[in-house]
Design a protein around this ligand. Structure first.
Ligand code: AP5
Length: 224
């Protein structure tokens, strides 16, 4: 399975891509997570990306495209893309790279959320710096406040999750990333997913779309 999950910041791309990766055994390729890893390791790419990310702007296409095409080549069992492509140019380059590899994208899903929900979700997000688990102080709190359920590591807030930077990220999204939805709509079916609802409801709709691709029956795991 090769899928793309589009959506504004805070739409739930990371949350649902993790569930998709687990359910279908594919790689979760998040451009944001890879960039944050590069930053934490102090690589050249991480240093170049830092200023853009902290301001809520996009990292230049050439850096991203090289990084993501490499990640795709290393995912032989399939993948779900999270945060990439994010400009029409990135989408075009991705399409060309996939044609050259004689593959293509099987499905594109677009998570639709309102701006108010985005700000509330992002300012309340906390994540584990060790395992990457994502929580929300109200919507998806850890069992013990501020501590990761999985490994007990203290949770952190991303530096770009302040209200001011979120507003910049939203503005960047409407200007540069929403046209990617139109790019795909002109070429293939894009499945709009109403993503304001609770995570299990949204996941059930996503799985309904993806299960046929993976040859799964709806009831295979009892619940979506
Ligand atoms: P990136 O990390 O991709 O950030 P983003 O797209 O802004 O998306 P987020 O990670 O903020 O949100 P999400 O949709 O994954 O939501 P989540 O599931 O966590 O990118 C960061 C930066 O890197 C960019 O600004 C840019 O600088 C750079 N970059 C990355 N890719 C790039 C590219 N291709 N080109 C150029 N630059 C690039 O959910 C959010 C919160 O809500 C969580 O707390 C979660 O628990 C909660 N939540 C999720 N779903 C629900 C729900 N249904 N109900 C209630 N709460 C929910």
């Amino acid at each position: 399975m090769r899928a793309v999950l589009l959506g504004a910041p805070g739409a739930g791309k990371g949350t649902h891509c993790k569930r998709i990766a687990e359910r279908y055994g594919v790689a979760h390729l998040s451009s944001g997570d890879i960039l944050r890893r590069e930053r934490a390791e102090g690589t050249e790419l991480g240093k170049k990306a830092q200023g853009y990310m902290d301001a809520g702007a996009l990292v230049p296409d050439d850096l991203i495209v090289e990084m993501m095409t490499k990640a795709i080549q290393q995912a032989p069992t399939g993948y779900v893309l999270d945060g990439f492509p994010r400009t029409v140019n990135q989408a075009e380059v991705l399409d060309k790279a996939l044609v050259a590899q004689k593959t293509g994208i099987d499905m594109v899903l677009d998570l639709r959320v309102s701006d108010g929900v985005v700000v509330e979700r992002i300012t309340g997000r906390r994540s584990c710096p060790k395992c990457g688990c994502v929580y929300h102080v109200k919507n998806m709190p850890p069992k013990v406040a501020d501590v990761c359920d999985r490994d007990g590591t203290p949770l952190v807030q991303r530096p770009d999750d302040t209200e001011k930077v979120v507003r910049n990220r939203l503005e960047t999204y409407y200007r540069q990333t929403e046209p990617v939805v139109d790019y795909y709509k002109a070429r293939r079916t894009v499945h709009d997913i109403e993503a304001d609802g609770d995570p299990d409801t949204v996941a059930a709709v996503i799985f309904q779309k993806l299960d046929p691709l993976a040859g799964k029956k709806k009831s295979r795991r009892g619940k979506a």
